[in-house]
Design a protein around this ligand. Structure first.
Ligand SMILES: *Cc1c(COP(=O)(O)O)cnc(C)c1O
Length: 428
């Protein structure tokens, strides 16, 4: 782009990272569906392998279609660099693999996507990474959970499924005092509604599967390096601060400065663990990012109107939506997500578990499935599905009690969304 001014969010959503294809002039980003890339000569190959030059080697480590997506989301989040990976869970795995050694701890909000609770409680334990739970509604609980072994803090900006908005700046202040990075899962908000780096996050992770892709057709994940964390302050993050045996003793934070974390995630985490994003999925998700603003505003506006309607409905016990005045997260939502509180929220039906099951099976336009962030309206009863593996205590702590129904409100006509909910509620 020729003008000096930083382009606006809508412009970045369409243009960041992309340029006409140098070989063909293709305007849309091509799908570089190739495993590997030919070296110019032996010296070029050596410099790529030694990290002395940037370029493509093998699609597990990097790919030009994925690179456009990385540059785009980094620009939208206000980060220094990004790494695209196969799923949101892969993003979390690679972030923790880069930060933690066996025996280390991290503090996480108890109000998280159910899959993240499982990943932290079970899969991560096998790596010797120990989660200590805190309460997203009480920033001081993060401070109480710290120990000398703590290496990171993990929260969601808008927590799935309870719809709680976390006080990012307050948790960031605790992380800064403890000299550990704050990781924010920004999947539900997207950078259109909230930019966590501006509030003190050091690392942002995404499930691209949800609103960034936005059309329910591709699994993907992404890590954004905020560029803010000082990896040189001590030797507690050896992936960044110790001489790297696979790169001739290079110290990554010395060589790569404020994007060293993204580099470490790529050249150590993704290289060795392997969950690469396919270029085809990157292409579909890139197309989704171009309409992010339009979709997120419509998602949020529809969700707010649906939440208002349900809060007046006789069969509904309560509605948790941060966009509603009177909601316990409303004040934080006005501060962190002023354009809208997103599309995902929960409500309680009168009649508990059975009423919840009856509702999901009576809806016709809503799809009953385990996803959020599609153009289509989606519904799930977490207690019988996504949160089934959790104990009753964990279910309630995660906002997934027996009467709870979660909606991901789509971008269809509002009247049709409300009509479907009304006919299903009438059948309870
Ligand atoms: C879906 C989701 C994830 C996991 O992402 P996948 O792409 O399914 O691996 C993580 N965090 C949140 C908030 C999610 O909604």
């Amino acid at each position: 782009m020729s003008n000096e001014k930083t382009p606006g969010f809508n412009t970045l959503s369409i243009h960041a990272g992309a340029r006409p294809d140098p070989a063909t002039g293709a305007r849309a980003t091509p799908i570089y569906q190739t495993t590997s890339f030919v070296f110019e000569d032996v010296d070029h190959a050596a410099s790529l392998f030694g990290l002395q030059a940037f370029g493509n080697i093998y699609t597990r480590i990097g790919n030009p279609t994925c690179a456009v997506l990385e540059e785009r989301v980094a620009a939208l989040e206000g980060g220094t660099a990004a790494l695209a990976v196969a799923s949101g869970h892969a993003a979390q795995l690679i972030v923790m693999h880069t930060l933690l050694e066996p025996g280390d701890e991290f503090v996480a909000a108890g109000q998280l996507y159910g899959g993240s609770i499982n990943q932290f409680n079970h899969a991560f334990k096998k790596f010797g990474w120990n989660v200590v739970w805190a309460d997203a509604t009480d920033p001081s609980s993060f401070e109480k959970a710290l120990s000398p072994e703590t290496k990171a803090i993990f929260i969601e900006s808008i927590a799935n499924p309870g719809g709680i908005v976390t006080d990012i700046a307050a948790v960031s202040a605790i992380a800064k005092k403890a000299k550990v990075p704050l990781i924010v899962d920004n999947t539900l908000a997207t950078p259109y509604l909230c930019r966590p780096i501006e509030h003190g996050a050091d690392i942002v992770v995404h499930s691209l599967t949800k609103f960034l892709g936005g059309h329910g057709n591709s699994i993907g994940g992404l890590i954004v390096d905020g560029g803010s964390f000082d990896w040189s302050q001590d030797d507690r993050y050896p992936s960044l601060s110790a001489p790297c045996p696979s790169y001739q003793g290079m110290v990554l934070h010395e060589t790569f400065g404020n994007f060293a974390f993204a580099i470490a995630c790529r050249v150590l985490g993704l290289r060795d663990l392997g969950p690469a994003l396919s270029p085809f999925n990157a292409f579909l998700i890139l197309t989704g990012t171009e309409t992010l603003s339009l979709r997120m505003q419509r998602h949020s506006d529809n969700a707010k109107a649906v939440a208002e309607h349900l809060s007046r409905h006789e069969k509904v016990e309560w509605v948790n939506y941060a966009g509603l005045p009177g909601d316990s997260s409303h004040g934080l939502a006005q501060r962190y997500t002023p354009k809208g509180a997103g599309a995902v929220f929960t409500f309680g039906v009168k009649g508990g578990y059975d009423a919840g099951v009856k509702l999901v099976s009576s809806l016709t336009m809503f799809s009953h499935l385990a996803n959020i962030g599609d153009t289509r309206s989606l519904v799930i009863h977490p207690a019988s599905t996504t949160h089934r593996q959790l104990t009753d205590e964990q279910k309630t702590a995660a906002g997934a009690g027996p009467e709870v129904v979660r909606l991901s409100v789509g971008i269809e006509d509002l009247d049709d969304i409300i009509a479907d909910l009304d006919q299903a509620l009438a059948q309870i």
